[in-house]
Structure formats: C-alpha cells, structure tokens
Design a protein around this ligand. Structure first.
Ligand code: GLA
Length: 384
C-alpha cells in the first residue's frame, strides 16, 4: 500500500515524498452515546484506516489531494487562509487551524496525499481518523511538543468548532490511542483509560455495513446531546452531579421524576444504563464470559432502539437478522446511528453462513445490499 501511494504522490505532486503515516478507523464494542454524557466507552482500532504521504514545503502553501475524491484534484490553501468549504478538506484544515490557534509553531506549508479504506459515512470514524492523522503529521513535521492525548483533544475541538459536529471524545481517542488486539476502556469524564486484551478465542468481531449513509446523523446527534444536557440540568436541581455518567442505576431510578419530560427521561435512562452495561461487559470479557458480553451488546441495541431512538429500519433489520443466526453471540449498532454499521461477536465456524443468511435477509427487508468485514484489531496513529 505504502509503495503504491508513494508512486501516486510523485505522479500527482511531481515531487519526492518525505514521510508516510497511518491512522486506523474504530469500532465501538459497547458504550454508545455515553462519551458526551461522561460515561465509559469500549472501542478498538481497526486495521483499515487513513494513509498519508507527505512532503514539507519551503513556502506557506498547503496542497491537499485525496485518492478518495480524485475528481476534486489538488486543493490549495495557505497557512494564513484556512477556510471551511464543506468538503473533505475541512477535517485536515480544521485540525491545522486548531493547532495554530493553540499557538503551535507551524511555519511552513506541506503537500499531502491522503487515501482512506474506511467506508465513508459508515460510522467507523473516517473523519476522526483524518483529523488525528493530520495532528500526528503536524507533530512529526514540526517536532511539536505535544502528546497523543493532547492531539486527541485538539482533534475533538477541530470537529466541534471547525467542522461543526458536537461529538464526544471517543472516536478521536480510539483512533489515536488504539493498540493491536486490545480494546480501550475509556472513562470519558476523567480520560482515564485501560487496555483490555480481546481474547476472543474461536470468535471474531464482524462488522456489517447497512450501506445506509448516516444522513440524519449530525442534526439528530446534536439534538440528543441537547436532550441529555437538559435532563442533566433537571437532575442537578437536587443532585450534585456534573454528568449523567456519575449516576448509578439506583440513583437514576430514585430521581428520574425530576426529569419533567418522558422522552428526556428515556434519553437519560439510556445513558445511565449503557454506562453500567459497559462496566459489566468489560468485566465479563476479562473473565472470558463471552456469552454474557454478547447479551449486553444485544441489550445495548434495544436501548438505543427504544429509549435513545437512534437506530431505524436499516440498523434494526441488520441487527435483528443477526440475532436470528446460530453462532452470533451478540449484535448491536455501533457509532452515532441512523445508518452506518453494526458490530457483532460471532463464532468463526459459522461466519460464512452468517454473512450469507444475514446478507439475504437484509436485502429482502431493505432492498439494500449489506457489506461484511471480519475485523482485525489494529494500532493507533503511526509513521509507516
Ligand atoms: C459518534 C461521535 C462519538 C460518540 C458516538 C456515539 O461516533 O463522534 O463521539 O458520541 O457517535 O457513541
């Protein structure tokens, strides 16, 4: 891959390259829509991701080219003209602008050729991957004194302030900090984290792409955040808490009537129960109790479907088809929802049969063709 992309770099920019980098995509195993509620999430990095071939320039020009958007050609900016244009360049430019605003000394321009093999809009964090990748490149090119967790935080800020999506920190954290064969238990309140070995033995993680793009995701995402913030404010009238993630199920049940609206009550309920589920799930996994882990994945989906209402026909059809299959230990939607991907744990010996049967059932129900990827758990941002 690297050699092929270097050859493309030379062809496109007519120059020699300087360095090459990679950041993965991520899949979240459990703990959905809890990061911005101060709870725990459990994602892992993938071996698919985003590649960059980079050359430092003498002047202040920034020239960007993506193999995924070839028809757009080379897009040119300068260090003092970084503009949001509602296209893919918003992610690297937003990152660069955030670094500059933070006072990092970036005094020369660069040429970058990007290539991503994460399906776009599938909820596997192609955007976070591109942001963190750019941050990592900046650190490397300009020898910046910044560690990965800081890069992760600035990447989230770039997405919030420049791109305009009010996301939590999970995706950027997973993409930056991922480790081979490990998932990350991340407390989004404190940013304390722990790597947990994924001992799946004769099982694999299977991602199913509904191929329904998450069209609604950004606006509905921000709406869910607002609903949770309002529910928190209602609870704070009596409770001394800073986030929903601080509440146990018992505390929530005792106080839920402070939330004056039934819909908001369900949103908060999801956040609290999902956070508790994540802790329990990781405990099960550490004790090799895969079956119990799977049951919690299923419960997570039901809660996202009924209480948080971020699933919809495509994700539900895929997950429900998976649940019917022999060898599926657990299945749920992953990421923001409203389309995108599901994640499941499946027994290896049934995997071909599962893909065939679920593929057929899904197409019958939705008229779309699903896609399936057996996941390998890969490393975070790195030079290649
Ligand atoms: C998106 C956001 C994350 C997280 C998930 C839902 O992927 O970028 O911050 O909120 O949705 O868990």
């Amino acid at each position: 891959m690297k050699e092929r992309l270097i050859a493309r770099f030379k062809e496109i920019f007519k120059e020699n390259y300087f360095k090459a980098y990679f950041t993965p995509g991520r899949v979240n195993l459990i703990g959905e829509h809890v990061d911005y509620n101060g709870g725990c999430v459990f994602p892992c990095g993938l071996t698919i991701g985003t590649y960059a071939i980079v050359r430092l320039r003498e002047d202040k020009k920034i020239r960007l080219f993506s193999e995924n958007f070839k028809e757009a050609g080379i897009l040119e900016f300068t260090l003092d003209r970084l503009i949001k244009e509602d296209q893919w360049t918003d992610y690297p430019l937003g990152e660069l602008k955030t670094f500059l605003d933070e006072g990092y000394k970036i005094h020369r321009g660069f040429d970058i050729l990007f290539f991503g093999n994460i399906p776009n809009g599938a909820g596997l964090s192609s955007s976070a991957s591109l942001e963190v990748l750019t941050g990592f490149i900046l650190k490397s090119l300009f020898d910046l004194d910044i560690n990965m967790v800081e890069i992760v935080k600035l990447s989230q800020r770039a997405e919030n302030n420049f791109v305009g999506v009010d996301c939590g920190i999970m995706d950027q954290f997973a993409v930056g900090m991922a480790k081979k064969d490990k998932a990350i238990l991340l407390d989004c309140n404190t940013l304390d984290y722990e790597y947990v070995t994924l001992k799946l033995e004769n099982h694999s993680i299977l991602i199913a792409n509904t191929n329904k793009r998450r069209g609604l995701a950004d606006s509905a995402y921000n709406e869910r955040r607002n609903e949770c913030d309002t529910a928190l404010a209602e609870l704070q009238i009596k409770l001394d808490i800073k986030s929903l993630g601080e509440l146990s199920i018992e505390e929530f049940e005792k106080n839920k009537n402070l939330i004056k609206d039934e819909v908001r009550q369900r949103r908060a309920k999801h956040a609290v129960y999902e956070n508790a589920r994540t802790a329990k799930a990781v405990e099960f996994l550490s004790k090799n109790k895969l079956k119990e882990f799977g049951i919690l994945m299923n419960e997570s989906h039901i809660s996202l479907r009924d209480d948080y209402e971020v699933t919809g026909l495509y994700l539900d059809s895929m997950v429900e088809s998976l649940w019917e299959e022999e060898g599926v230990v657990g299945a749920r939607m992953t990421g923001a929802g409203f389309g995108g991907c599901t994640v499941s744990i499946v027994e290896d010996k049934f995997i071909d049969q599962i893909i065939k049967n679920v593929g057929e059932k899904y197409t019958k129900k939705t008229k779309l063709n699903g896609e399936f990827y057996k996941v390998k758990v890969g490393e975070g941002a790195k030079e290649i």
